[in-house]
Design a protein around this ligand. Structure first.
Ligand code: NDP
Length: 276
């Protein structure tokens, strides 16, 4: 019998997850169907129940339900517990297990697809929302020299630095406001804000991109994102959007559900072609 999976979100029509998981299933020979399900903003729990009643085995969760998914879970992976958000659900033995694969997806995209080691790097993380929170532990596991979290509301960035301090080991971990970036340089700058969604540009002081630096935007879409355009003009040597992160977090979820890790390179290349 074909196993059923889905992604919940609102809106959800734009989601690329069904295409990605169909490609993974074809490649690994797994018999599954993956669909996009729109949940009402106040109807996420009901949507989960209906999906389980339909025989659903697992689901991804996207905006705006990741925190609600976290609260619904009976059991959590360590990384989901740390993130305070869940993007992957598994319906198992009558209960709900929650994981968060976003951070692993980002780190795999940077280290494998883009070929950049995190070790010894000075990393700047822009934003202190759910996406930022989900990637801090995996970034720290890569043993960077420094991780600075900058946010429009600086108290949230400082709070995150405190929450993750026990994982920092040899990394100088701190948080603050955008003006505090003046005079500092970074090897990897990651945009985890949603500023581009509202067409706003970030108030980044000139000179923060070190020679050879990588600018990474979790956002993706047709053409260059506003953040990557800014980074390029400010001297970032390498620019990447979040399409690779999307495919890698999906691969991580697929591996959890099916016990087989799919190959991502061809899937990423064909998605990229649909965006150009
Ligand atoms: P949240 O709403 O939780 O957080 C938004 C963050 O952006 C906050 O830090 C907020 O600052 C900041 N922000 C919003 N508008 C502005 C602005 N005009 N200027 C400066 N800062 C701003 O969102 P998420 O963390 O869930 O998502 C962030 C982004 O990451 C989204 O664009 C999302 O699409 C992307 N993403 C991509 C993934 C992928 O697979 N590629 C996976 C997950 C997320 P403040 O605290 O001051 O409000």
């Amino acid at each position: 019998m074909t196993d059923l999976y889905c992604v919940f979100g609102n809106p959800i029509a734009h989601s690329k997850s069904p295409v990605i998981h169909a490609a993974f299933a074809g490649q690994t020979g797994e018999d599954l169907r993956y669909e996009a399900r729109l949940a009402a903003v106040d109807g996420f729990l009901a949507a989960i129940s209906a999906f389980v009643a339909d025989g659903g085995r697992g689901a991804n969760v996207t905006v705006p339900f990741k925190e609600e998914a976290y609260r619904r879970c009976d059991r959590l992976s360590d990384r989901a517990a740390r993130a305070g958000a869940v993007n992957t659900l598994q319906f198992i033995d009558g209960g709900v297990y929650g994981d968060n694969t976003d951070g692993a997806g980002l780190v795999r995209d940077i280290s494998v697809n883009l070929g950049r080691s995190l070790a010894g790097q000075r990393i700047l993380l822009l934003g202190a929302g759910g996406a930022s929170r989900g990637v801090i532990a995996p970034l720290l596991a890569g043993r960077p020299a420094a991780l600075f979290i900058a946010n429009r509301s600086p108290d949230k960035a400082q709070q995150l630095a405190t929450v993750f301090a026990d994982l920092a080991a040899g990394t100088a971990l701190s948080g603050g406001a955008f003006p505090e970036l003046a005079g500092r340089q970074f090897d990897i700058v990651i945009n985890a804000t949603s500023a581009s969604l509202s067409g706003d540009s970030l108030p980044l002081p000139a000179g923060i991109f070190a020679p050879g630096s990588l600018a990474y935007d979790m956002m993706y879409g047709k053409g260059e994102t506003p953040f990557l355009a800014l980074a390029r003009t400010q001297g970032a040597a390498q620019c990447a959007d979040g399409l690779g992160m999307l495919v890698e977090q999906a691969a991580e979820a697929f591996t959890l559900w099916r016990g087989k890790r799919p190959q991502t390179a061809a899937v990423l290349a064909s998605l990229r072609a649909t965006l150009s």
